[in-house]
Design a protein. Structure first.
Length: 527
């Protein structure tokens, strides 16, 4: 069987492969028909050379044409939506509807269009002008960006069309997408539409390139190559830290989204008021997508007592009643089982589940663990092992004071939630706990589970290490997400006819916010 071609330097061509692989239908465990290459360094070398050349050419392309590409790409994805959703379903077992066709695909095209709007408007670049010193600065393109897409979002986070891709392109950079082996067919369809949109909008042919898979050493070499401007990565902590070590050693920026337990604290007043509603919300959030969301609540913390015990039993019953959905791959199944075993060896007790489901496909029983607060505090590092999948752990503390002590031991997280009484019964406890939790999370929620991530300018999808590689940046939320893939450029006494449009005396759009002599303005600079 012939291997599928890779997209390098404006051509779909045969890969310089070191091996091959097939994607597997997670619901059945059977391999799908097409075979894909594992690219050698030769493919990476060719892509890097082409991307470096494209970066120079893109710097001469009007921003309006980059935005036109993003909009046209979104249109083309929608024109092929049925095929894309069906392929993604076959490769991931995620539901065609509503998950893929009605939620994730519109989110993907929406991100692309938001990025196009931000590129044209220009305020993302934070243009700053000191007219007295004739000193001007703004963010601008960094150079070729390599994007490693994850397994759990085949569209919205895909390296060839997802949020990192949209941000990198909108900031003016070419992209080398490294696909995920869980959904190569989906990635190929999206890459076809991206490349077609490049041609329609007359961008440099290597603006978008795509390889399906590479070996570990080539991945480390790729993120540290002198031609790379930056890397975006979404995936496991182990893989992310290995890439970060290589990139850091070469002085190359890398933006990581790795692991997060997304702790949810439920205070007594909230349980007394609405125990069943919270149990429903927690169950829904834990088991949505078989728990394969980066914002799944992997920990729930509550003080001990009779109402807390009733809550645990209500959640147990809900976990038992829900059907077991497929996991994304045998690797996810194996990793989940290993994590559950590690947690139980460290003292966690199985309330329900805790084992592999034997049969077709890759499934794991809906799993709820529990541990008391003192036992958690005795071994907090091991007991924060991420169980990626349909599993979560409840920590039952002695009291609110012990809850606060537990929160101080938590690692950096994408999110943290606190449920409290609506009539003020928990206000004192909330004030104590939120001040500690706020320092450990990128997004703080009240009376809401963390699973949903709105594609909104105010959103932060990042957080302190190890949830992300840097607490100052977000992977979701345009225009802020664009600045990850930029460099700050300063122009000192540069002649006005040589300045980039954003720093000219005349506001190039009439709508771009610029900091002029200490005041934000959309006006032209007065002579």
């Amino acid at each position: 069987m012939a291997l599928q071609n890779v997209l390098i330097d404006g051509n779909w061509r045969e890969a310089r492969a070191t091996g091959s692989f097939q994607s597997i239908n997670p619901a059945t465990g059977t391999a799908l028909a097409d075979e894909y290459p594992i690219s050698s360094w030769g493919d990476c070398e060719a892509a890097l050379d082409a991307a470096a050349e494209a970066a120079v050419l893109l710097g001469q392309v009007p921003t309006e044409r980059v935005a036109k590409f993003l909009n046209r790409f979104a249109d083309r994805i929608e024109g092929r939506a049925t095929e894309i959703a069906e392929t993604a379903h076959a490769e991931t077992a995620l539901a065609k509807s509503p998950r893929l066709s009605r939620i994730e695909l519109p989110r993907t095209t929406g991100q692309l269009r938001q990025a196009a709007k931000a590129a044209i408007e220009g305020s993302w670049a934070l243009p700053t002008i000191d007219s007295k010193l004739n000193l001007r600065s703004c963010h601008s393109a960094l150079g070729p960006v390599c994007i490693f897409g994850p397994n759990n979002f085949p569209l919205a986070y895909n390296g060839i069309c997802g949020g990192d891709f949209a941000a990198a392109i909108a900031a003016g950079n070419p992209v080398i997408a490294k696909g995920h082996p869980s959904h190569p067919g989906t990635t190929r369809l999206l890459a076809e539409e991206a490349f077609a949109a490049v041609g329609e909008t007359a961008l440099p042919s290597a603006t978008v390139q795509m390889i399906y898979h590479i070996g570990r050493e080539d991945g480390l070499r790729l993120v540290s190559d002198p031609r790379i401007g930056a890397t975006g990565f979404t995936g496991s902590r182990a893989a992310g830290l290995a890439l970060k070590t290589a990139a850091d050693a070469a002085g190359k920026p890398i933006y990581l989204e790795m692991s997060s337990l997304n702790p949810v604290v439920v205070l007594p007043g909230a349980l007394r008021e609405r125990i069943e509603k919270i149990a429903d919300e927690y169950t829904d959030s834990c088991l949505a997508g078989s728990g394969q969301f980066c914002t799944k609540p992997g920990l729930l913390l509550l003080p001990g007592g009779e109402v807390s015990e009733r809550f645990v039993m209500q959640v147990r019953q809900r976990f038992a009643d829900r059907p077991v959905a497929p996991l994304l791959s045998p690797t996810v199944q194996k990793s989940l089982d290993a994590s559950v075993k590690k947690l139980t060896a460290a003292g966690a007790k199985v309330v329900i589940g805790g084992d592999v489901v034997v049969g077709d496909g890759f499934r794991y029983s809906n799993t709820l663990l529990r541990i008391d607060g003192a036992a958690f505090l005795a071994n907090p590092e091991i007991l924060q092992t991420e169980a990626f999948g349909n599993a979560s752990m409840i920590i039952v503390a002695h009291d609110v004071a012990q809850l606060a002590e537990i929160v101080t031991k938590l690692e950096g997280q994408l999110t943290g939630s606190i449920y409290s009484s609506t009539v003020g019964d928990d206000d004192k406890s909330y004030a104590q706990l939120s001040s500690i939790l706020r320092q450990r999370v990128g997004r703080l929620l009240n009376d809401k589970m963390p699973t949903g991530v709105a594609v909104n300018p105010a959103m932060n999808h990042g957080g302190p290490y190890p949830a992300a590689g840097h607490p100052g940046f977000t992977a979701v939320g345009i225009p802020a997400s664009l600045r990850r893939f930029s460099q700050l450029e300063c122009y000192d006494n540069v002649r006005k006819n040589r300045l980039p449009p954003l720093l000219a005396d005349r506001n190039p759009t009439g709508k771009t916010w610029r900091l002029i002599d200490g005041e934000w303005s959309v006006a032209d600079l007065k002579a």
